[in-house]
Each structure stands twice: as structure tokens, then as C-alpha cells.
Design a binder for this molecule. Structure first.
Ligand SMILES: Cc1ncc(COP(=O)(O)O)c(C=O)c1O
Length: 406
């Protein structure tokens, strides 16, 4: 249907679709549906009491500052805390390397704003995070893809893809959204070497890196790059733009994340952010800092890991018990998602329709592939539903899948 508004909207809006995930999230509002669709944290682990105490203290002690405009770069003590946190992993960064953003979704959007001309190619994993595609398509991005397997991005295929001249490489090395895959150390190193050889920057999106339930921590691509570049003794001057977020380790509702990058990139992002929102909420930054400091955040992350690790084990066992033969799924070492592969002849979007009738939901795989594919894949989130609902939800889904396979 045409409306008088159609011809008034900018060309770029033609490339904006409402995200399939957001549409599906609407379903979670129906109480009787057990949804494994969204990437939602468990509400039980939100530190509500710590926030309540911190809000009260912030308003009492620095109320005027917290309610005032702030700098675009972000609240200095929060940036210093992030710098200390980063130095634990072996990279000495300065506050000039950091920008606080309104969620890492904003970081992705700002990167689109400063880097992408219409028609620019962005090298992404297939599958990849839908929100990044959504942000960059609006700037006219085209995509080159490299497949992800259980060891992360297939770096054997990377060199070929780099020959088509991408503007940057977008990679999710830890417990990837949506596949749950973790990139091996060897592949991380290879990625850095190839990116350096072809002169292509890397955008590393790492919301889940601290939520590991088994195996050994692997250094971030940015950390490895700082060792590789040899020019990063004071401050980071390398080839990686890193982003992480408080969404999965504290609470997504505060919309708080950070970017680490060479100062030149940070300055350009600051200019872009001024046009977007001037700065991230001063109040939220100060409160998050107050909640996090003194070791609270590290203790809280341990709590989240124990809850989600248990849920990961539970969903794995439930799928073993209820899913029919002929299906495969990933065993994520951390994060929030597992990725299911149906037999080739089945379409996840058809199965979703039946699943919804049976009051269970997931996200079908196709939207995570910018150049097609994934018709027989789907993503399940295991952080949000409690153990009882995980068991019941997977049992419902198992019945739907048994019927489909049968
Ligand atoms: C890979 C990835 N990047 C970015 C985001 C956005 O996170 P934020 O809440 O910080 O905007 C998400 C959210 O789920 C994500 O999975």
C-alpha cells in the first residue's frame, strides 16, 4: 500500500527492514510461549539491589553531575576502569583508545557511519550477527562472506575473500552469535596476518568473551594484534577496532558498551556520535561504574557463568533426549546460543510456524546469511528461560521436529 510518506523517505530506508529477531521477540510477550528466540539475559541474574543502592548513592553524592550533560567520549572513571580491565589481558591502552557507546549496537552503527560508502564491501562471517547487517545495510554496504565452522571463521577461505577489497573484516571470535562457535588461536593469528598483509582493518565484536563455561580463555584478536604490531607500547595503535558491552555482564537496559581502537578512529567515532546522541547517559555511566567497582562486576560475572553454564548443559541434555536423529547442533563453550542444523530437506521457517502453534519459538537461520543460505539452520538461546522452561520448551520443540522428520 502506498502512502504519502513513501516518496519522502530517503533512499537508504529502502534497505532497512525490520529485524526478524525483533519481530519474533514480540512473541515472547505472550506468556504461554516458551521463547528461545531472543538473546535475552536471565532476569534472575540482574543485580537489581546493587543498582538500587548505587542509584540512591549517586543521586545523593553526585546528583547534579549525574543529571548533567557529559563528554561524548564517556565518563572518565568508567573509561579508566575499562583500561584497567583491558590491561589484565595484556594490552596497555590509554583513555584516548576508548569510547563509551549507547550499547555496542551503537558502536556498529557509528562504524558504518564513518567507514561505509554506498557499495563498499564488508567481509562478514556466514552466519553473522543480524544487528550488524541491519546497521550497515542502511549505509549501503554490500557483503562478502566467509563460512564459519565449529572453529570459527574459516581463515583458509579468507585470503580469497580479501582479494575482493573489503573495507573491513567483521568477526565474532568468542561464542559467536548465532552459531556459538569459538575461533581457534591459530585462526585468530592467521586472521591478523592476512588482514595486515592486505591492509584491511578488523572489527572485533565481543559481547560474550567473559562468559566462558569450559575450556581456556583465548586472547582477543585485538590483544594478539597489539603483540603483532610492535608499536603498541603506550596506547593501542593497531589494526583492530574492538567492541564489548555491559549488556550481558550487567544489564542490557542500561545501554552501555565500549569501543577500543586507535585514537584516530576514536576521534572520528566521537564526531559521529555527537550527531547521534551527544553522549551516552551520564547517569547510567556513573551508576554502572558505582555498581561495577571494587570487584563487584567480576564476582557477578562468576554468578552469571554458573547460571548460564548450567542452562547450557541442560539444553544440550534436553536436545539429546528429545530431538530426533539426523539433526546436529553446536556445543558452545560459552555465550548464549546453540545453532541447530536440520536435515537439508527441511526449512526452519516452516518449522517455526508449527512450533509457534505448539507454543515454542526460535530464530530461523536464513537472516543471518547476507548472501543466502541457512534455510535448514536455526538458533536457540539458553540464557533466558529457567531450567523448567528449558526442559518443557525443548520437549515441545522435540515433538514438532519428530513430526517434521517423520
Ligand atoms: C554480537 C553482538 N553484537 C552486538 C550486540 C548488541 O549489544 P548491545 O546490547 O551492547 O547493543 C549483540 C546483542 O545481542 C550481539 O549479540
Amino acid at each position: 500500500m502506498h502512502t504519502p510518506w513513501d516518496h519522502r523517505f530517503a533512499q537508504r530506508t529502502k534497505r532497512m527492514g525490520s529485524s526478524a529477531i525483533r519481530e519474533l521477540l514480540k512473541l515472547t510477550e505472550q506468556k504461554d510461549i516458551i521463547s528461545f528466540a531472543g538473546g535475552l539475559p536471565a532476569p534472575e541474574v540482574f543485580p537489581v539491589e546493587a543498582f538500587s543502592v548505587a542509584c540512591e548513592r549517586v543521586l545523593r553524592e553526585v546528583g547534579a553531575q549525574a543529571l548533567q550533560y557529559g563528554t561524548t567520549e564517556g565518563y572518565q572513571p568508567l573509561k579508566e576502569m575499562i583500561a584497567r580491565h583491558t590491561s589484565r589481558f595484556g594490552v596497555e591502552i590509554t583513555p584516548d583508545n576508548i569510547l563509551i557507546t549507547t550499547g555496542s549496537q551503537q558502536a556498529l552503527d557509528l562504524l558504518g557511519k564513518i567507514f561505509i560508502n554506498p557499495g563498499d564491501k564488508i567481509l562478514v562471517e556466514a552466519p553473522t550477527y543480524l544487528g550488524a547487517l541491519q546497521a550497515w545495510s542502511a549505509y549501503g554496504a554490500e557483503y562478502i562472506t566467509v563460512q564459519v565452522d565449529e572453529h570459527g571463521m574459516d581463515t583458509d577461505a579468507l585470503e580469497d575473500a580479501l582479494r575482493s577489497g573489503p573495507k573491513f573484516i567483521y568477526v565474532l571470535p568468542n561464542f559467536q552469535n548465532p552459531s556459538g562457535a569459538t575461533m581457534t588461536l591459530e585462526r585468530r593469528t592467521r586472521l591478523i596476518e592476512l588482514a595486515d598483509r592486505y591492509g584491511v582493518p578488523i572489527v572485533e565484536d565481543d559481547p560474550y568473551g567473559q562468559l566462558r563455561y569450559e575450556g581456556k580463555h583465548l586472547p582477543a584478536v585485538m590483544v594478539l594484534d597489539s603483540q603483532y604490531q610492535e608499536n603498541c607500547e603506550v596506547g593501542y595503535l593497531g589494526n583492530v577496532i574492538y567492541t564489548s558491552t555491559f549488556s550481558k555482564i550487567l544489564a542490557p537496559g542500561i545501554r552501555l558498551a565500549w569501543v577500543i581502537a586507535p585514537p584516530e578512529v576514536i576521534s572520528k567515532m566521537v564526531q559521529a556520535k555527537q550527531g547521534a546522541d551527544l553522549h551516552t547517559s551520564t547517569f547510567n555511566q556513573i551508576v554502572a561504574y558505582e555498581v561495577s567497582k571494587g570487584g563487584f562486576l567480576y564476582k557477578h560475572i562468576e554468578l552469571i557463568k554458573s547460571v548460564y553454564g548450567e542452562r547450557r548443559d541442560l539444553i544440550m541434555a534436553a536436545m539429546d533426549g528429545y530431538f530426533p536423529p539426523g539433526m546436529e547442533w553446536t556445543h558452545p563453550e560459552g555465550g548464549l546460543f546453540t545453532w541447530i542444523t536440520l536435515p537439508e530437506n527441511l526449512h526452519a521457517s516452516d518449522i517455526l510456524k508449527t512450533a509457534i502453534e505448539k507454543k515454542v519459538a526460535f530464530v530461523p537461520g536464513s537472516p543471518f546469511y547476507p548472501d543466502g543460505g541457512g534455510h535448514n539452520k536455526f538458533r536457540l538461546n539458553f540464557s533466558n528461560a529457567n531450567p523448567e522452561r528449558i526442559r518443557e520448551g525443548i520437549s515441545r520443540l522435540g515433538k514438532v521436529l519428530n513430526d517434521a522428520v517423520g
